[in-house]
Design a protein around this ligand. Structure first.
Ligand code: AMP
Ligand code: GLY
Length: 422
């Protein structure tokens, strides 16, 4: 098969690495890719949001399967456009990608189909939003409705903080059009869990669970990021909990989306809060988590390509995937200053010594310049290791981190602490 992966982060490197290992893959392209991905795929200089460019390339190269990594092109309708050209594409169509593209859409779906989620209101008027906040009191959560690159959520501890989040979105336009509508919702307390399922429109196949660390600082403190590290399996995801999530959250969503005329295909990523009243849905993403995908791909024993094809072709019923029992853990190396402003173009050395430690480095934001590897993003490398226990996986990952020579980057030193201290 000729396969094209769309995207250029650590998630796409992990996907390319897994797909390149499949005997079914004859040729692998990645658009736009990065310096690490170039080891597994031929990178082509087409941006992940350049829908016209991607469709033209896929047609020209006679691609058999397009795997879309990030949410942007899904919301823009890349899968619809590829299907219109009779090409197979992994990921939801635009109307189903609304599960991530509009938080209000996702909340209304939950309300209609009885899926446990925080109580909420939708607002296009700042005064009405503020009145609701004053009535509900704090803590309370203010969310921009649309895609805001992971920045549109304020978990407000006080009413004042929530009121200024409304102004930030609606008066200062901090999130552009994405903040023209707000979802304001009940604060949920508990442990967070990322749950992934492959979906083919009708059936859903649960994948392994994972947990990520969103805060930039050790002990889960400081501002939120895209994720500073992750591990899989997640000790809190028991068999009973998986069955409960499938029955009460994932399957009602799959049936509800089909009944509403927007059947879901691709990977469905449920951000869950494990509350004392049971699991509740915080959000849906219509793609793999980043960096959760990296640990999932490391643990996957089965060939991923037939699973991706089965999701596209409506063939997931009775499909099975096998996972390593070991724990995989990934540590994100980010540019100093991230998630605030940071320098680009700094040189990373020592990557060739990592292989000796047994760890794997997925590249998230790098480019090659001659023999040099340069950092191009906020999150730059995902150092990923596995071992029979999470404590050993953590040790292995940090051993590899220490082999990398990049004074302009930093990482959290406590990835996995919650699971290790359980
Ligand atoms: P989201 O983009 O909706 O996942 O929100 C980003 C982060 O905000 C989540 O990972 C949670 O840590 C936090 N969050 C979102 N919604 C809530 C909520 N209703 N209660 C508590 N925390 C929340
Ligand atoms: N790691 C969180 C996300 O991918 O949204």
């Amino acid at each position: 098969m000729r396969i094209l992966v769309v995207g250029g982060g650590g998630r796409e490197h992990a996907l390319c690495w897994a797909i390149a290992g499949s005997p079914l893959c004859d040729k692998l392209y990645c658009a736009p890719g990065n310096a690490g991905i170039a080891q597994d795929a031929e990178c082509v200089a087409i941006g992940a949001d350049d829908v016209d460019g991607l469709v033209a390339f896929a047609k020209d190269k006679d691609i058999d399967l397009v795997v879309v990594g990030p949410e942007g092109p899904l919301v823009l309708g890349l899968v619809d456009r590829l299907e219109a050209e009779n090409m197979r594409a992994f990921g939801p169509r635009a109307n189903a990608a609304m599960l991530e593209g509009s938080k209000g859409f996702m909340k209304d779906l939950c309300a209609r189909h009885g899926i446990a989620s925080a109580a909420y209101g939708r607002f296009t008027d700042a005064e009405a939003a503020k009145a609701y906040i004053r009535e509900q009191g704090a803590p309370i959560v203010v969310k921009a409705d649309g895609l805001a690159a992971g920045k549109g959520v304020t978990v407000a501890q006080t009413v004042d903080e929530a009121l200024s989040a409304v102004d930030q979105a609606m008066t200062d336009n901090a999130f552009g059009d994405a903040g023209a509508e707000l979802v304001i919702e009940e604060f949920l307390d508990g442990e967070e869990l990322s749950f992934f399922a492959l979906v083919d429109g009708t059936h859903a196949l649960p994948l392994a669970g994972a947990q990520d660390h969103k805060a930039v600082g050790e002990g889960d403190t400081g501002p939120n990021t895209g994720g500073m590290g992750a591990y899989s399996p997640a000790p809190s995801l028991t068999e009973e909990l998986e069955a409960e999530v499938m029955e009460n959250i994932i399957m009602p969503t799959v049936r509800g989306m089909a009944a509403d005329g927007c059947p879901y295909t691709g990977v469905l990523y449920a951000g869950l809060m494990l509350t004392k009243d049971g699991p509740k849905l915080l959000e849906y993403n219509v793609r793999f988590g980043d960096p959760e995908c990296q640990v999932l791909m490391m643990r996957l024993r089965s060939d991923i390509v037939p699973a991706l094809v089965a999701s596209c072709d409506g063939m997931l019923e009775s499909f099975d995937l096998r996972w390593m029992d070991d724990t995989a853990l990934t540590v994100v190396l980010a540019a100093n200053g991230y998630p605030g402003s940071y320098e680009k173009g700094t040189e990373i050395k020592g990557l060739d010594t990592v292989a000796e430690t047994g760890a794997m480095v997925f590249h998230a934001g790098t480019k090659a310049e001659g023999d040099k590897i340069l950092a191009t993003g906020g999150r730059v490398l995902n150092v990923t290791a596995y071992a029979p226990t999470i404590a050993e996986a953590q040790q292995n990952a940090y051993k590899a981190v220490d082999a990398i020579d990049w004074p302009d980057g930093f990482c959290r030193r406590d990835i996995g602490w919650r699971a290790i201290n359980r």
